[in-house]
Design a protein around this ligand. Structure first.
Ligand SMILES: Nc1nc2c(ncn2[C@@H]2O[C@H](COP(=O)(O)OP(=O)(O)OP(=O)(O)O)[C@@H](O)[C@H]2O)c(=O)[nH]1
Ligand SMILES: [Mg+2]
Length: 463
């Protein structure tokens, strides 16, 4: 019997405030009989069918009715936590919900910590750590791609992959250890060269996962996109066109936008956090200078820059200068030539040809010309990665997983180097074991209180 099973945890699982329905949730070995003390229905919940919903009243300690409720009963191990559970659907409203919770807390239940229901699901072996983390990500997901990666992780795709890799390491360890048993007889089960080869294959698989982190993070957190360019080039007009609303002020006066304007936009299911900025120029105006300073600050931690050029400009020297400055930030840049609905001298744009590493695109923000192409260019510049296997599409989205994979990868590299130096199997086995341990941190086969606290404290109460 695990110690925590003696505890009954309780929490409000819905947002606090006026609502049609709220849910008070309890989990623990004696949770059903605890609720029965205050539940009056046609049957007691103890005798109710598992996974049934039961109509009744909740009464307080004096026997007066607090609310009419529906109580859902789940019996171990078929519940969210894999323990006996009750979920009481009461009338929404801060007062009623808290009153019901309070009745159970006074009767011996304890207020659940953030994520404690999910933590129990993990401790009871119903889900592994990557799945618990996926639940938190799923709740927080703000785009369809984020939802998709979380649900795939929740369904165990990542754990499956990690377990497959672990199995390969375990198999190698088995052979090496067997060989060590027969060291006297000088029996060689695997040549060092084959061993080296196999370790190398495994480390490459891990490297692929590590590499997927960049893109996985975009899936989860969104892409930071910044629109920059000279005053009046049409940055705010483009923002409005992308959002399809009049979000930013647009005027023919250069220097209209002084501060950063931030909006979210979903393109092909992926979240983009778009920032419109103050036009870049050599200004003496302190408000404008501050705006420009903020622009550069944003550039530093953005993922993609749209540099807007007004094609009707007669001299592009300043644009060239600003693009050079921006290129020092080592970010992805798309050069967007705007206002092509107006007359302009196409040959004057030749000067931008030298920026071969930046995609170039002609649009009109005002007349909505080529906007769909721009959307595609924006999306592809981030999400088109040919080296990733789109069929398996397993992405690492979590910093903790990335760290553990890196640790595992490093241990495998040491194992490789030992194997290539023809060192004794004992050394190689030690490094392989380190690599394996690091992988098991991801799924939670090996875990520490620190890791668990870190993960579950990020959950909301009641989850
Ligand atoms: N003809 C035409 N005019 C445009 C286009 N895009 C923007 N404009 C006009 O250019 C002027 C400046 O547009 P804004 O969107 O305010 O430019 P901005 O880059 O945000 O300017 P600042 O905020 O001052 O840096 C406005 O008069 C817009 O109507 C376009 O594609 N075609
Ligand atoms: Mg503007």
């Amino acid at each position: 019997m695990r110690i925590y099973e003696e505890d009954i945890i309780a929490a409000i699982a819905t947002p606090v405030g006026d609502a049609a329905i709220s849910i008070v949730r309890l989990s623990g070995k004696n949770s059903i009989s605890l609720v029965d003390k205050f539940f009056r229905g046609t049957i007691t919940l103890k005798h109710a069918q598992p996974n049934s919903i039961n109509y009744g009243k909740i009464i307080d300690i004096n026997g007066s009715t607090v609310d009419e409720v529906l109580a859902a009963v789940f019996k171990a191990p078929k519940s969210y936590t894999a323990e006996d559970m009750v979920e009481i659907n009461c009338h929404g409203g801060w007062y009623i919900t808290n009153k019901i919770l309070e009745i159970f807390l006074k009767a011996g239940a304890r207020l659940a910590e953030p994520g404690e229901f999910t933590k129990r699901a993990f401790l009871n072996g119903r889900i592994d750590l990557t799945q618990a983390e996926a639940i938190a990500d799923l709740i927080q997901s703000k785009s369809d791609l984020a939802r998709k990666t979380s649900i795939e992780q929740l369904q165990g795709n990542l754990s499956k992959k990690i377990n497959e890799i672990s199995k390969k390491i375990i198999d190698l360890l088995g052979i090496i250890e067997l060989e060590l048993d027969f060291v006297e007889e000088n029996i060689v089960l695997k040549e060092h060269s084959t061993l080296l080869d196999e370790i190398n294959k495994i480390s490459n698989e891990i490297l692929e996962l590590i590499k997927s982190f960049g893109i996985g993070k975009f899936y989860r957190e969104g892409v930071k996109l910044i629109i920059v360019g000279k005053p009046n080039s049409g940055k705010s007009s483009l923002l409005n066109t992308l959002l399809n609303e009049n979000r930013a002020i647009v005027t023919p006066i250069p220097g209209t936008t002084r501060d950063l304007i931030e909006e979210n936009l979903v393109i092909n299911g992926a979240l983009f956090k778009i920032v419109d900025t103050a036009g870049l120029r050599h200004s003496e105006d302190i408000i404008e200078m501050e705006g420009i300073r903020r622009t550069y600050e944003k550039v530093e931690n953005c993922d993609l820059i749209l540099y807007i050029i007004d094609v009707t400009t007669t001299n592009f020297n300043e644009d060239i200068e600003f693009i050079h400055t921006l290129s020092k930030y080592q970010k992805k840049i798309i050069l967007v030539f705007n206002k092509i609905d107006l007359n302009f001298d196409r040959s004057s744009l030749e000067i931008f040809k030298k920026f071969t590493s930046y995609p170039q695109l002609e649009i009109s923000a005002l007349k909505h010309i080529n906007i769909q192409t721009l959307f595609n260019e924006i999306f592809n510049s981030i999400f088109w990665v040919s080296s990733l296997d789109s069929q398996t599409s397993i992405f690492i989205t979590n910093e903790r997983h990335k760290q553990a994979l890196t640790k595992s990868y490093e241990a495998l590299k040491i194992a490789e180097s030992s194997a290539s130096k023809m060192m004794s199997g004992e050394f190689i086995a030690l490094d392989l074991r380190n690599a394996l341990n690091a992988l098991e941190l991801i799924t939670g086969k090996i875990t520490t209180d620190e890791i668990l606290n870190n993960i579950f404290s990020k959950f909301c109460i009641g989850k």
